[in-house]
Ligand binder design. Structure first.
Ligand code: ADP
Length: 170
């Protein structure tokens, strides 16, 4: 069972000492609020410069940049779906964010990676459903042969942590 590689932690993702942190970005990749804003503030202005050169990212896909002033060497920017009641392919798009991010990480031989709870802030995806998708996709990926040594789910609130904890026990 590959669950031994999954860690659950309540902290600010910008403090994580891992090869890559994942950013819940928006389609412009030019920064925003929530975790995106925190990552841009901590990484410094060079991040925005590199992001400008990428020309945006469609929902469900991922792009990689350097980590600049972060401890993390890389930032994987992925664009989660905005929750519209679940009728607009949100589950499929959210699953695609996790898969695309993991695939990109593997391409860069990243061994340790930390994910925030994509789409569950301003984008309004219900945490219960989103965490089930996150856990399912990560487990599926880890079940294949992969380089990952550790994968962290970073929760910002105690409530999110509790939800992930319960779903990881299933
Ligand atoms: P989205 O637009 O994808 O919903 P948000 O940044 O609004 O992105 O929220 C995604 C999740 O990230 C939420 O659970 C939010 O509480 C959490 N979050 C916000 N700031 C941080 C941070 N510094 N570290 C980790 N998680 C954070």
């Amino acid at each position: 069972m590959s669950d031994g590689k999954i860690q659950l932690i309540q902290t600010d993702i910008t403090t994580m000492n891992v090869d890559a942190i994942v950013n819940a970005a928006n389609v412009t990749l030019l920064g925003g609020g929530g975790v995106d804003g925190a990552i841009h503030r901590s990484a410094g202005p060079e991040l925005l410069e590199e992001c400008r050169s990428l020309g945006g990212c469609p929902t469900g896909e991922a792009r990689i940049t350097k980590g600049y002033c972060l401890k993390a060497k890389f930032i994987i920017h992925t664009v989660g779906p905005i929750w519209e009641g679940g009728v607009n392919r949100e589950p499929e798009l959210l699953a695609s964010c996790y898969r695309s991010s993991l695939q990109l990480a593997e391409d860069y031989i990243i061994e340790t990676i930390a994910f925030p709870s994509i789409s569950t802030g301003v984008y309004g995806y219900p945490i219960q459903q989103a965490s089930q998708i996150a856990i399912r996709e990560v487990r599926n990926f880890l079940a294949k042969k992969s380089f990952f040594k550790q994968l962290s789910f970073v929760c910002f609130s105690a409530n999110d942590l509790h939800t992930y904890q319960q779903n990881l026990q299933k």
